[in-house]
Design a protein around this ligand. Structure first.
Ligand SMILES: [Zn+2]
Length: 410
């Protein structure tokens, strides 16, 4: 499945001339109206979508440290990665000796405005739909609030098992760490919906719900997501007010593993926060591991078409490399995603969720980058994502009893 880049345009509109602050500085607040004109970041400055070239791993490492809004579609073979950049970012790219090609200018981007969010859940409508699903599935599903985000929004858990007291093998599925990545939240919703509506009808699904303990956290970062809903379409982080006047911590860089090596510039899109686990959203996710042991986990992101695994902080292989590789090979074969460790496939990451889970808890922790054409592609792409991931997600639930033994059998 090869999608065009074009749909990403639908997100980025109406950048105001002369308002050239870099990301997160001088923001005007988040309560904009939901008209098309309010979309995309007067606050973030006039941005272009660019494809940046890097010659080798060292140059990619340099690039990853500039604190730019890099996307997750790194192509090691071609030596390219896309990002959204301000004029100031472009100057720092040039200073670092990196070349880039403009894929979309703000003016082009404005032409296709208007379809953003069509079809997608808001946080509120998603939570309401989850409540309905769970109410219709008594005995096999529960919904609870795990904790509150920084701005007081609920971070919810949907737990699916017919034997909650039995301490069955656990799998954790989460989405919505990164606010602007819309399809992952829909894919986890479709999974829950598929499981609950097929219990007692489909033999395999019935067996999985009777023999596994499936935990789903659908929106890790509800504040950031609500900010995207209100028009700030490129927003990635949470809504923390930082001491330097910038805003937002990247929750997926805030976990307590190799945290000190992360990005300490508040305005960076991968700002790691003021301390490990400084963010309530991070602490909620960490707390989940005090409640249950997870043998397998899946952290869903977009885009780039990749299956990733630890380590993030090093290119070293772990003792579970063969397990990861075999399971990933099985999953990627029918869908032609790329597969590899985070640091060898993307760039080094510090304090990311997958690596934290693996290092601290031994969880076989996958991160996936859906193969979308942008962060908020036309809603029909969610159907393709779901078609690609339905069997793989069921497979991961199945092998959560013992993923290492399952890999050894492959
Ligand atoms: Zn992401």
């Amino acid at each position: 499945m090869k999608k065009s880049f074009g749909a990403v345009l639908a997100m980025m509109v109406a950048a105001t001339a002369g308002c050239g602050q870099p990301t997160a500085e001088g923001r005007l607040g988040t309560q904009g109206t939901r008209s098309v004109r309010s979309y995309a970041s007067f606050q973030q400055g006039d941005r272009q979508i660019v494809r940046i070239r890097f010659k080798d791993e060292r140059q990619l490492e340099t690039l990853s440290k500039l604190g730019l809004d890099l996307f997750e579609n790194v192509d090691m073979q071609a030596g390219t990665v896309d990002g959204s950049v301000t004029a100031r970012d472009e100057a720092s790219l040039r200073q670092a000796g990196l070349t880039y090609q403009v894929l979309q200018r703000p003016a082009q981007v404005m032409e296709v405005a208007g379809s953003f969010m069509a079809g997608y859940h808001t946080v509120d409508s998603l939570y309401a739909d989850y409540r309905k699903l769970v109410e219709a599935a008594p005995g096999i599903a529960r919904i609870q609030t795990l904790g509150k985000s920084l701005q007081g929004n609920d971070i919810i858990l949907i737990r699916i098992t017919s034997k909650p007291e039995a301490d069955l093998p656990g799998i954790l599925i989460d989405s919505g760490h990164h606010a602007r990545e819309l399809p992952p939240v829909e894919v986890s919703f479709r999974l829950v919906s598929h499981l609950l509506s097929n219990y007692g009808k489909d033999e395999r699904i019935t067996r999985l719900i009777d023999t596994r303990d499936i935990w789903v956290v659908p929106v890790v970062n509800p504040d950031g997501r609500k900010n995207v809903e209100s028009g700030d379409a490129w927003w990635r982080k949470n809504m923390r007010r930082n001491a330097d006047g910038s805003q937002g911590v990247d929750i997926n860089r805030n976990y307590d593993d190799h945290w000190t090596q992360g990005n300490n510039r508040g305005s960076a899109d991968d700002f790691h926060g003021t301390a490990p686990n400084s963010e309530p959203e991070t602490r909620v996710m960490a707390k989940v591991f005090d409640m249950k042991k997870f043998n397998v986990s899946v952290d869903i992101h977009n885009y780039g078409g990749m299956v990733l695994w630890p380590l993030g902080f090093s290119k070293e292989k772990t003792k579970d490399e063969v397990t990861y590789q075999k399971l990933a090979d099985k999953m990627t074969k029918p869908i032609r995603y790329r597969a590899g460790s985070i640091s060898r496939t993307l760039y080094n990451t510090y304090g990311d969720f997958s690596t934290w889970q693996y290092v601290k808890h031994g969880t076989i922790a996958f991160g996936i980058e859906l193969n979308d054409s942008g962060f908020s592609p036309p809603f029909r792409e969610v159907d393709e994502d779901w078609n690609e991931w339905r069997d793989n997600l069921l497979y991961l639930i199945d092998i959560s009893a013992d993923p290492r033994a399952a890999a050894a059998r492959l």
